[in-house]
Design a protein around this ligand. Structure first.
Ligand SMILES: [Zn+2]
Ligand SMILES: [Zn+2]
Length: 134
């Protein structure tokens, strides 16, 4: 079963030959800006299971100093994925098509959420990073 995704204008499309892992919503001030939203909603992928199908030439990358970045469509502005040193490490849930059979499992950095946001009950919330459960 493959998962597919695309941007708002439809030029960029991707496919994941696997499942989404660890869906998370982050409410920090950087995610608010990066996703132009109250929070980010993303899931991890195995980078070797991810491939671009079309529109790769339209991708723009914004990378922070540490090599962690986001890639977005330069035509419509949809943020599609998160990268680490150029490798796709996760996708934004908003650009995934249909039901990827995963639900947001945690809200992180709720300590810095926007004053105007109300987070739904019933899902674990963490002030910052969740405790490591290894
Ligand atoms: Zn687009
Ligand atoms: Zn964040």
């Amino acid at each position: 079963m493959a998962i597919s995704g695309s941007c708002f204008c439809g030029e960029i499309k991707y496919k994941i030959n696997g499942t989404l892992i660890d869906a998370t919503s982050c409410h920090c001030s950087m995610c608010r800006k990066a996703f132009s939203s109250q929070a980010s909603a993303f899931a991890r992928v195995n980078s070797d299971e991810f491939s671009w199908l079309s529109g790769e030439n339209l991708l723009s990358t914004y990378e922070s100093k540490t090599g962690v970045g986001i890639q977005f469509c330069s035509k419509c502005g949809s943020t599609l994925c998160g990268t680490n040193k150029g490798k796709v490490m996760g996708v934004t849930l908003g650009c995934v098509e249909g039901d990827p059979e995963i639900k947001i499992g945690k809200h992180i950095f709720v300590g810095s959420k926007a004053s105007w946001e109300t987070i739904p009950d019933g899902i674990p919330q963490y002030e910052e990073w969740p405790p490591k459960n290894t």
